[in-house]
Write a protein that binds this ligand. Structure first.
Ligand SMILES: [Mg+2]
Length: 143
């Protein structure tokens, strides 16, 4: 039997998590990165509005602010990302015993033994992505 392996990648992960903790920033371009006060360090993640303003992961905060002066830059809080990463992993483990995390926001999930029980690979991918969206408030790409 062919193995069915899904790849899960939570979108704009650090920025998505920070926006959940900062509802007052709704409607603003938000990025997570280095040291915003000293205007150095790099952009690690950005939300959709920041992306629309041309903000790119890996550019310096100075460059990003130059392009988008009202960009809100937050310091990374890895404790939060770790917590969300673990919550996502808990969901993956409901569909597979074989989960290989890759960084905090990605994982490979071997759902071969769940196919049939939980539907096709595509259905399992949809179920997992809906649960991450509903339970964690973060969007995810699974394929
Ligand atoms: Mg990601």
């Amino acid at each position: 039997m062919d193995r069915v392996i899904l790849h899960s990648d939570m979108n704009s992960f650090y920025a998505s998590v920070e926006c959940l903790y900062h509802p007052e920033l709704a409607g603003l371009p938000v990025a997570v990165g280095g040291n915003p006060e000293k205007r150095h360090g790099i952009i690690l993640a950005k939300n959709e509005l920041a992306k629309k303003s041309g903000i790119k992961t890996g550019e310096t905060i100075g460059e990003a602010k130059g392009k988008c002066p009202r960009l809100v830059v937050l310091l990374p809080d890895y404790g939060r990302y770790l917590r969300f990463s673990r919550l996502a992993r808990k969901i993956y483990y409901e569909y597979s015993d074989l989960v290989e995390p890759f960084g905090l926001d990605e994982a490979w999930i071997d759902v071969t033994s769940s196919v049939g029980l939980h539907g096709s690979g595509e259905e399992i991918a949809r179920k997992i992505s809906r649960r991450i969206q509903d339970e964690l408030g973060v969007t995810v790409s699974i394929g």
